[in-house]
Write a protein that binds this ligand. Structure first.
Ligand SMILES: [Zn+2]
Length: 318
């Protein structure tokens, strides 16, 4: 799992709060139970039993096991609770997650609730919004291409989709991906599917359209925000397991953008973190628009897939 320390702290604090809430609930319920006639007497007998057992142990005497007696008292308490209209486990059922009793761990391993929380947090920090709700590998239909495109369009799509699936399977031991092609040929869909699938596997993914990525970076560089925050965004962009830059080339390209893009690609390459880029530009346009060093980085470190065909968004809408 690839959460940052900051994200871990958030989850740990949440579990601390859950435990406090559970303790409050338990206290309130114990007070309610104490009002049932006979209940407190049973509690006192159980405490006395445990005390004398502990004393026996401390004095080295052969302590007589009190387990059976405690079990019997417990059953009596449950009967009293039920008689008063409460469920038998009323005093114990105070946790949001009974599996880990809100500690987040079961037998030294993260509980399923902890893992789910990690993934929720990874989604929340990914900038993907609701994109992954609708676009998953299982819903990517190649017959859409059969309907509107040529056989070769379909082949291009299948090749890119298979490469995306194998990217996910082998992640992070895989090469970067670049999808090129005109609007609506499925580049964004493939990028989103990859992102969602990897988050579900616990990887830290950041997804940005090129326009908003460079706007953010530019606002933080030249705007009035704290320098610290800029460093945080940059460091997240450098360190996340997968960075997806969607629609590269639609941003207003200038020397700042080219410099930032090179820094991103370079730093991620040094850290061996993977990047997926989608673009409407062909290789020649990439070369013209960005510096030569960006072009050679992309052509040497990315597997490039060209998607072709009609705009599937138009086809599926109609
Ligand atoms: Zn749990």
């Amino acid at each position: 799992m690839a959460l940052t320390n900051e994200q871990y702290d958030i989850i740990r604090k949440e579990y601390d709060l859950r435990l406090l809430a559970a303790a409050d609930k338990a206290r309130a319920r114990a007070e309610e139970a104490a009002r049932i006639p006979g209940y407190s007497a049973l509690e006192e007998r159980a405490s006395a039993l445990i005390r004398s057992f502990a004393q026996g142990l401390a004095q080295g005497a052969g302590a007589v096991s009190c387990r059976e007696e405690l079990q019997r008292l417990r059953q009596e308490k449950e009967q009293l609770l039920q008689g008063a209209g409460y469920p038998a486990d009323y005093l114990e059922d105070v946790y949001e997650c009974p599996l880990c009793r809100d500690t987040g761990y079961v037998d030294g391993h993260k509980c399923t609730c902890f893992r789910k929380r990690e993934i929720d947090l990874l989604y929340a920090d990914s900038h993907l919004g609701f994109l992954t709700d609708r676009i998953r590998f299982s819903s990517l239909r190649e017959d859409v291409y059969l309907k509107g495109g040529t056989e070769s369009d379909v082949q291009h799509f299948i090749k890119a989709r298979d490469a995306s699936l194998s990217f996910v399977e082998n992640f992070p031991a895989c090469r970067n991906l670049l999808f090129t092609g005109s609007v609506g040929t499925g580049k964004t869909a493939l990028s989103v599917c990859i992102a969602g699938e990897l988050i579900d596997r616990g990887f830290r993914v950041i997804y940005f359209s090129a326009v908003s990525l460079f706007e953010r970076l530019s606002a933080e560089r030249f705007g009035s925000r704290e320098e610290q925050e800029e460093q945080r965004l940059s460091s997240d962009l450098y360190s996340c397991d997968l960075l997806v830059i969607d629609d590269l080339g639609t941003e207003l390209t200038n020397s700042f953008v080219a410099e930032q893009l090179f820094a991103l690609l370079n730093e991620r390459s040094i850290r061996q973190n993977r990047t997926v880029i989608s673009t409407n530009l062909d290789l020649e346009q990439l070369f013209t628009l960005y510096a030569e060093r960006i072009f050679s980085r992309i052509t040497s470190e990315f597997d490039i897939f060209r998607l072709t065909g009609p705009d599937i968004r138009r086809l599926t809408a109609g």
